[in-house]
Ligand binder design. Structure first.
Ligand code: BTN
Length: 219
């Protein structure tokens, strides 16, 4: 990846923390293992040595919901398969194979991407059951995966918002017609994205609510 600054660590608390220390646009921070990997909503991201791809990339800011969707698209393409659960979990056969965390740092976005590459075991108590590329029959070196992922993040984050919304809508079974429960407690059927990239859910009483935060679960 010519021209890219890549800082790679054998072991680190979290690539998110390191990337924030020097948020130079284009910088990539990666690690073999994370001892305090972070997931969305304050959850942990279990990051055993050599078994996953754990990277944070510093991007110049775009509206956060749209960038979240573009990062999900890039991650799904890098894995070469899977469904996108709004806003950006990559699921294979209903199990989570990759996740994205985006944090604002001034006018920068720190985009953290975790891909389960070769894990064969996961804790039983995860909210969404997890899988890895290996368990799903997708074999790839982490190096090739990183090269592909960086190129795809560059490509998708350059697209305009409307194009990202269109591509996400095509790629995700969650955007239309999926019965979901939202973390806030509301339940209904998904009915598209709003122009900012937020998910709309129609409750059984007809009320349409735009989901601004939190995750959705199929019911
Ligand atoms: C999620 O909860 O789905 C988001 C998971 C994001 C995990 C990645 S791994 C690299 C980067 N460093 C972290 O501590 N978290 C992100």
């Amino acid at each position: 990846m010519p021209g890219r600054r890549i800082d790679w660590f054998d072991s680190i608390d979290s690539t998110m923390i390191e990337a924030r220390r020097d948020p130079q646009p284009g910088r990539i921070v990666g690690a073999e293992e994370q001892t305090a990997g972070m997931g969305r909503h304050g959850r942990k991201w279990i990051s055993p040595a050599g078994a996953g791809l754990y990277v944070s990339m510093v991007l110049t800011a775009k509206p956060v919901p749209v960038i979240m969707l573009s990062l999900g698209l890039a991650t799904r393409d890098a894995i070469a398969g899977g469904d996108l659960r709004w806003p950006n979990d990559v699921l294979i056969n209903g199990k989570k194979c990759a996740g994205v965390l985006a944090q604002l740092e001034g006018d920068r976005i720190i985009a953290g991407i975790g891909i389960n590459v070769s894990q064969t075991e996961f804790p039983d108590d995860l909210e969404t059951p997890a899988t890895s590329m290996l368990l799903e029959g997708l074999q790839v070196s982490r190096e090739d995966l990183l090269v592909a992922l960086v190129a795809l993040v560059d490509r998708y984050t350059r697209l305009g918002s409307n194009e990202i919304l269109r591509q996400f809508t095509n790629a995700s079974s969650y955007v239309f017609g999926k019965r979901v429960r939202v973390e806030a407690g509301l339940e209904g059927v998904t009915c598209g994205l709003d122009p900012a990239g937020f998910l709309r859910v129609r409750e059984d009483n007809g009320t349409v609510t735009t989901i601004l935060a939190g995750g959705v679960r199929p019911v």
